[in-house]
Design a binder for this molecule. Structure first.
Ligand code: ZN
Length: 560
């Protein structure tokens, strides 16, 4: 056991646990003592009971695992929280089922300005692509739009397209498309934010989407009532994180408004999770606008609320052929996708952000995007000198043999999502695996390959793209199956998977000396699970539930 300071009575102790500290020097224990937001001792239940005073709260873990609080390394708090109130279409398959779900939801939401569905499979109608005509047959007289699980494609009915003023199409920036039908009108499929933004704006959630859509601020400034409503959305999202054992959030969209809302919650009742909100740089911005990123980093730099990161999208997604590939798509031999920045534009951006000593995180799904982003990071190192920059590449759904070693060489973090490989969790195999093509399968979602090559790999859900539950992510990583027998085994062990949600997450935010492990002096961020995770069969991991979540020594979720 290890003890910091003079001891005395703890604010809270957790006893009778299977404590997995993730600290190599002291891997296992039974109990943890917490005081003033920090861990003061770890050891046997008997030794920790000695910290119990009259005011000490005692949590009996009943033999369940006690882990460092999960660090969600890539998610979208504000939009995810708003979507908790939308129609959930995951698992709905076939026209009849879709019709019933939409009509039931419409009937129970008679006053919604725009009915919004989430997480509908690209293959909901099997091989038939969804059009506005399908949706008109279901709901002709009220505006309806539904989003694919990846949030990069939406389908709208005619009413919604009309109200948004895009039934006749519209010229959009690269990578965005209003798919047109043979009749010269929009077919209903809307690819990327500029295409579906006008429809979503009608849902009255424009402020929620700003951090993702433009990175800009609400204009006009929201009224007090609107701010209060937005704080409630944030609170709903934070509570959703806490109930899933999450204590730190690395958000992947943002603006000052989100930081202000969170600061208001912090000033009120305190935050139940630590949150990092990036500045979102879009391709229509100019480099001088990075001043705002530096300002956000300066204003928000506490253990609870921070910025210090610039988030960028370099490409789109495989399922709509908007991800950027080195070689053409297997099912579209004349097409490699279209980047949202030119390689030179990205290099200039990377050099400029790196010079400000801010961290960069770039959505890069195709191997062409991954390569261009690594090129940018390499250029930044050459221009500004090598430093401990920990720039990140997000998703990395496909990469190349040549680029795998560059992660370790450049000190770049691989941020990956175990729920995302088709067939791993909710996403179907098709169309994605045919789009990638067997030649690229061995280096698709290749977290094992990257880790073996020395990369720091962090895991996350990309909520609301996938369910937020880190335990589901751990299960998906442990059970990952290759698509062909000849493909390499990309599975992570249980400990590696937990590390990717804890210690590696802490590393990604330069906080490995303060969190991500259970250790004396570290932040008291921990989660107690319903059973012993090491004794649970991999296929049963999803049955484990967080029972108590503690962040900064405060109980932020309690199941019983
Ligand atoms: Zn994301």
């Amino acid at each position: 056991m290890s003890v910091t300071g003079a001891g005395g009575s703890a604010d809270l102790i957790v006893v009778n646990g299977r404590v997995l500290t993730m600290d190599g020097d002291n891997p296992a224990a039974e109990a943890v003592a917490v005081k003033d937001g920090a861990i003061i001792a770890i050891g046997s239940s008997t030794s920790i009971e000695e910290f119990k005073g009259s005011g000490t709260k005692v949590i009996n873990a009943l033999g369940g695992s006690v882990l460092p609080g999960f660090i969600e390394a890539h998610m979208h708090l504000f939009s995810g929280a708003a979507e908790l109130a939308h129609l959930q279409l995951a698992g709905v398959h076939g026209f009849e089922a879709l019709q019933k779900a939409i009509r039931d939801y419409a009937a129970t939401h008679p006053h919604a300005r725009m009915l919004v569905g989430q997480s509908v499979d690209y293959t909901v109608l099997d091989d038939e692509r969804v059009t506005r005509h399908h949706l008109d047959a279901i709901l002709p007289d009220r505006p309806f739009v539904m989003a694919a699980p990846d949030h990069h494609t939406m389908w709208a009915n005619t009413k919604a397209l009309e109200m948004a003023g895009i039934l006749n199409g519209r010229t959009l920036g690269p990578g965005n498309e209003i798919v047109m039908g043979d009749d010269g009108l929009a077919a209903g499929e809307l690819r990327e934010g500029e295409a579906f933004g006008p429809v979503l704006d009608l849902a009255g959630e424009g402020r929620v989407r700003l951090g993702l859509a433009t990175g800009g601020e609400p204009d006009p400034m929201p009224s007090a009532a609107e701010r209060a409503a937005d704080r409630d959305i944030m609170r709903r999202g934070l509570a959703w994180c806490a109930r899933h054992g999450i204590t730190s959030i690395q958000n992947m969209d943002g603006n000052l408004y989100q930081l202000e809302l969170l600061a208001e919650i912090e000033a009120g009742e305190g935050l139940p999770c630590r949150v990092q909100i990036p500045f979102h740089y879009k391709n229509f911005m100019t480099l001088d606008m990075l001043d705002k990123a530096s300002e956000m980093a300066e204003r928000y730099n506490s253990e609870w609320l921070s910025s210090g990161m610039v988030k960028v999208f370099y490409d789109g997604v495989l399922d709509s052929w908007t991800a950027v590939m080195v070689e053409p798509y297997a099912d579209r031999p004349d097409w490699v996708g279209e980047p949202l920045f030119t390689p030179q534009q990205f290099i200039d951006l990377a050099v400029a952000v790196d010079r400000r000593e801010l961290q960069i995180a770039v959505h890069s799904i195709g191997d062409g995007a991954v390569r261009a982003v690594l090129d940018g990071y390499e250029a930044a190192q050459k221009a500004n000198g090598k430093r401990d920059s920990r720039h990140r590449v997000e998703h990395i759904e496909v990469t190349t043999t040549a680029d795998v070693p560059r992660f370790a060489e450049l000190g770049v973090i691989a941020s990956m999502q175990p729920p995302h490989p088709p067939g791993a969790m909710d996403f179907p195999l098709e169309p994605t695996v045919s789009r990638i093509g067997p030649a690229r399968w061995p280096l698709s979602y290749a977290w094992r390959t990257l880790k073996n090559a020395g990369a720091h790999v962090v895991f996350a859900s990309d909520w609301p793209v996938s369910p937020i539950d880190p335990i589901l992510g751990i299960q998906a990583a442990v059970l990952r199956k290759p698509w062909a027998e000849s493909d390499p085994d990309q599975r992570f062990s249980l400990h590696e998977s937990i590390a990717a949600y804890t210690v590696e997450g802490a590393y990604a935010e330069f906080a490995e000396h303060r969190k991500g492990m259970l250790k004396s002096g570290y932040m008291a961020d921990l989660v107690v699970l319903s059973a012993d995770i090491e004794k649970t069969a991999p296929a049963d991991l999803h049955k484990l539930r967080p029972v108590t979540t503690i962040c900064g020594g405060k109980i932020t979720y309690q199941a019983r």
